[in-house]
Design a protein. Structure first.
Length: 376
């Protein structure tokens, strides 16, 4: 094991990375709070500023994937589709099977210049998670309780508010509503059988309300829907902790572009279109499992240096005073100060671990275990 590989496995290094992310995130959230005064003066300027502030935070996680772990992301698509990336507003449909599927999506948005302006239809519980939910609030992310009767007006209002967004945005939808587990899959397929829908082998039954509403509300703004099917070579099941330990993975992403005018305007027909799409996604996963490859040309967009430079800026800015302070504490010889400092370190460790826990599949919501049994 080389020295760099050894460092990647050390808890103290992970703690320092977590410290930089958490403290820089709190600083960014405070700056975002201050930018609220810009909204009544110049809404579009407020949005552009917050896109860049969000980039400064999210790109630190992308840096871990691209530069720290060295994970490779390969696109399987066609040249015409790839040439549209970062040049239009789109809705992204991504399968939700892995702990770091969002991170693979983010690395693509970064490479095509839309990381800061990327959007998602997120569960409302995330609004109260420090850094993640707070940053999303200032980015006008659409939050929902996943109870359509309560969400309908909120979601429609949030989507319509994005109609004049000044930066190209990729609006991410996890149409399955929750991460894939065997229990959720079994219940989901019972619902599919009761509704006379074809069963899926690798996906949960898509929930259509969010998709059809997004398509209806964003017509005239969004140009296309990108369907993304993600898998990892070697049948790997990566985690954010694995990325933090420097484990390298190889992600393959099959991307298909559907012009929005090809998607039916009628809600029922659009829902049927989505069900058909998921049958095709299932076939793509089956092909990948059998052949180890997706159809289409292979593209490897080069990683950009900005994520690394951004992290180095924050690390220099925050770790220099931390080391100076820590040295002063231990040099003082005061047991009380040393215990207080170690307690602060322990609290920081706990906070970082809790943030990582948000991404873990086994700690995901129970949504889908019972919700699939209810009428959509």
């Amino acid at each position: 094991m080389g020295f760099i590989a050894f460092l990647k496995t050390q808890f103290i290094v992970h703690l320092l990375i977590g410290f930089v992310f958490v403290v820089s995130g709190l600083i960014i959230n405070f700056i975002q709070l201050c930018t609220l005064v810009l909204w009544p003066i110049n809404k579009q300027f407020y949005r552009r500023v917050n896109c860049r502030l969000a980039y400064s935070l999210w790109s630190q996680l992308v840096m871990l994937l691209e530069w720290w772990s060295g994970t490779e992301c390969t696109l399987f698509s066609d040249e015409a589709t790839v040439n549209t990336f970062g040049k239009e507003h789109v809705i992204i449909i991504l399968n939700h099977n892995f702990e770091i599927d969002f991170l693979c999506g983010w690395t693509m948005t970064e490479r095509f210049g839309v990381l800061g302006s990327s959007k998602v239809l997120a569960k409302r519980e995330l609004l109260y998670v420090p850094l993640i939910g707070w940053t999303w609030y200032f980015l006008e992310i659409v939050f929902c309780k996943r109870k359509w009767e309560e969400d309908r007006d909120t979601v429609i209002e949030g989507l319509k508010r994005l109609a004049d967004y000044p930066e190209y945005m990729w609006f991410l939808l996890y149409c399955e509503g929750t991460r894939f587990t065997e229990t959720k899959h079994r219940i989901s397929m019972e619902v599919a059988e009761s509704k006379g829908l074809p069963k899926l082998k690798y996906h949960l039954l898509p929930r259509t309300k969010g998709f059809t509403t997004a398509v209806q509300c964003l017509r005239g703004t969004v140009s296309a829907v990108y369907d993304v099917t993600l898998n990892f070579r070697g049948n790997k099941n990566p985690s954010l902790l694995g990325i933090l330990y420097g484990k390298k993975y190889e992600a393959d992403m099959c991307v298909r572009r559907f012009p929005l005018e090809d998607i039916p305007q009628d809600e029922k027909e659009a829902a049927n279109w989505l069900h058909k799409l998921y049958q095709e996604k299932d076939a793509l996963q089956e092909m990948y499992n059998q052949e180890g490859i997706f159809p289409g040309q292979q593209f490897k967009p080069p990683r950009r240096p900005w994520t690394l430079l951004n992290f180095l800026f924050w690390a220099t800015f925050l770790l220099s005073p931390l080391f100076t302070f820590g040295f002063g504490v231990f040099a003082s010889g005061s047991p009380l100060l040393i215990l207080a400092f170690l307690g602060l370190v322990g609290a920081a460790s706990f906070g970082v671990r809790r943030l990582i826990g948000v991404t873990e599949i086994e700690k995901g919501s129970s949504y889908g275990n019972q919700e699939f049994k209810k009428k959509e």
